[in-house]
Structure formats: C-alpha cells, structure tokens
Design a protein around this ligand. Structure first.
Ligand code: P6P
Length: 339
C-alpha cells in the first residue's frame, strides 16, 4: 500500500513551489508563474536537445533542412525560447542572457517585479558528443519594476531570491533553491511533469573528487597549485583524490552537489578573472552550493559577496564541500600573509 501511496503522491515542481510560496503571506503567485515559464522553457530545450543527435539526419539545429532553410543553433534557439517565455510571463522587467551582449529591458506593458539572469544552454559545445549540458538561472527582485536599470542586476549574488539549473543528460533534472534548501526534480516524459526525486540535497562535508581543467596547470597561481598537488599527493598520507572533469559546468556541479568534492575554475596567467561568468554561472551555482551546506570562494572573498561591474563579468571560483573550500581559503590566506 505504501508503494502505491508513493506512486500516487506526485510532488510536482509547481505544487512544491506553491507550498513554498504559501509560507510567504505576501506572495501572490507571481513567483510561481515566473517559475512555471522557466520550467516550460526547460521542457522545450530538453526536447530539442534530445533530438539534436537526429538533427544531422533531418536537418535541424544548425544544419540546413530539406527546404534549404538554415536552422538555428540550439543555443540560439534556447535563448529565444527563454526570452519569449520570460517576457510573456509578465513577471519580469529585466533579463541578462549569456547569448545577448546587452541587457534586455522588457516592454512596459509586460513589466513584472523579477529580474532573471540565465545561460540558456551552458556547455553547448558538448552537444555533438552527447555530453550533458544545461540551463542555469538566477532570480533577483527589482527595486521598481517600472524603472529598472542595470544597477538592479549588478547586485551581489547574496541578493538573489532563487537560483537553479536544468541538466539535459540521461534524464532531465531540474535543481532549484528558493532560499530554503535545494531540491531536485526529474522530468517524467509520460506526464510532462517534473517530479520531486532529490528532496533536500546536502553536499557531503568532505569529498574524494576534485574537478578542474588540469590543462591550465602551467598558468595557475601558488594556492591553486598547492591545493591540486595535495589532492594528488596528500601530505597526511591519505588516499589521493580522483579527478573528474566533464567540461560542462552543470554536469560537474550536479555531481559535486550529490557526491561532494571541489569544483574549481581558477584564475590563471592568461585569464586573471578565470573563465566562468559571474551573474549566470558563478552566482547561481554558488547560491545552490551554500544552500546545500557547501561553500563558494573566488580566491579573494565569498563568491556571493562579489559585486559585478558589468553584466558579462567573469570570476575565478572554487565551490563544493565545506571542508574542501575551507582548505583552499586557508591556502590563499597563507599566500597573502606571506606577501
Ligand atoms: P574549459 C562550457 O564552455 C563552460 O562555459 C562551462 O560549462 C565549463 O565548466 C567550462 O566552460 C569549461 O571550460 O576551459 O575547461 O573547457
């Protein structure tokens, strides 16, 4: 009977968020409507990504189809879907997309109080080899929805109301936090609904995995070099860590959230600010990691305390298990005190 109850006790993402929002007396469902449009975008992208492999056969996604029409690349298509879904939701006033150089100001007739920063298809260079990719998003509240300015979005990550990602892999997994912990939902294609499958995700305090592009080792600074060296040759004689690096942030972060360890995209001599973008890669993943009991550090400060100057700013980032990030913070502090 219990199994039957579980099967019929479908906690969909919409019901989950409605439960969450009911805890905030002032909310009038605006956030739920915003989220349902983000979820709609993710369902569309999931379907398009799953067909991408067939694109070569039937001329979609960046190919020329049988009518000779140039099909849009998946990341361009994904961006258009999210922009349209967010604008038509009537709950946003300002958008920042990885795919669009300038911030997008929503037409006054469709103004809502939220600001969404997003990467519609992060890691899209991995599509052709079938590696998991994803959508990453963060949500801020505008001071005045009818007079939103860039200052409303050039805010530290600690002002975010919510953040999450959708990973398009062996299954379609949607992970979100609205400030009360992290929950994961898996798309049931037969229902077209995201069902709660990973309640209250907590990142293990320690981890046996480190995740970094070792190809950049020549250009790392001393603390990063020392941390990675210690992963491979532990000074305390413990077992060396395993290296897992997929090169698709959503996949590397999802594994780190569930299994623990350290994900890092450090600064290096070539890129003093690292590679990852503050607003729609570093902040949302740092927000989730903290909400799951982990930490996120830039090499200088808590990642969520960083204040971006421009909407496509980059920052180095070290995030994951609490104790692992604590270790890299100690190495940076020691390096600083040694001048
Ligand atoms: P590298 C993908 O292009 C991406 O933006 C992230 O998803 C990923 O973590 C990173 O870049 C990989 O960068 O330099 O290691 O290939």
């Amino acid at each position: 009977h219990a199994a039957e109850t579980n099967r019929t006790d479908l906690m969909t993402i919409t019901r989950f968020v409605l439960n969450e929002q009911s805890k905030h007396s002032e909310s009038r469902g605006d956030f739920t409507i915003l989220l349902s449009n983000i979820v709609l975008g993710c369902k569309f992208v999931c379907s398009a990504v799953n067909k991408a492999g067939l694109a070569k056969l039937i001329g979609l996604a960046g190919e020329t189809n049988v009518q000779g029409e140039e099909q849009k690349k998946l990341d361009v298509l994904s961006n258009e879907v999210f922009v349209k879904a967010l604008v038509s939701s009537g709950r946003t006033c300002l958008l920042v997309s990885e795919e669009v150089e300038e911030a997008i100001f929503v037409p006054p007739s469709q103004h809502g109080k939220y600001i969404v920063v997003f990467d519609p298809l992060d890691g899209s260079s991995n599509i052709d080899c079938g590696v998991s990719i994803g959508t990453i998003f963060g949500i801020y509240m505008a001071k005045d929805k009818d007079n939103a300015t860039l200052d409303d979005v050039l805010q530290p990550g600690n002002k975010m109301l919510a953040a999450g990602y959708c990973m398009y892999g062996s299954s379609c997994t949607f992970v979100i936090s609205t400030g009360n912990g992290v929950n994961g939902f898996t798309l049931d294609p037969s229902l077209g609904e995201f069902i709660l499958t990973h309640p209250n995700i907590k990142v293990p305090r320690k981890g046996k995995i480190y995740s970094v592009n070792e190809g950049n080792a020549k250009n790392w600074d001393e603390p990063t070099t020392k941390y990675v060296e210690n992963c491979k040759f532990p000074e305390d004689g413990s077992t060396p860590k395993s290296l897992r690096y997929i090169g698709s942030m959503v996949a590397d972060i999802h594994r780190t959230l569930l299994y623990g360890g350290m994900f890092m995209y450090p600064a290096d001599l070539k890129s003093p600010n690292g590679k990852l973008r503050v607003l729609y890669e570093v902040f949302p993943m740092s927000y989730l990691m903290e909400q799951a009991g982990g930490q996120a550090f830039t090499g200088k400060e808590r990642a969520l305390d960083l204040v971006p100057n421009r909407i496509h700013d980059r920052s180095p980032v070290f995030l994951g298990s609490y104790d692992e990030v604590e270790h890299i913070k100690e190495l940076y502090a020691a390096c600083k005190s040694n001048g």
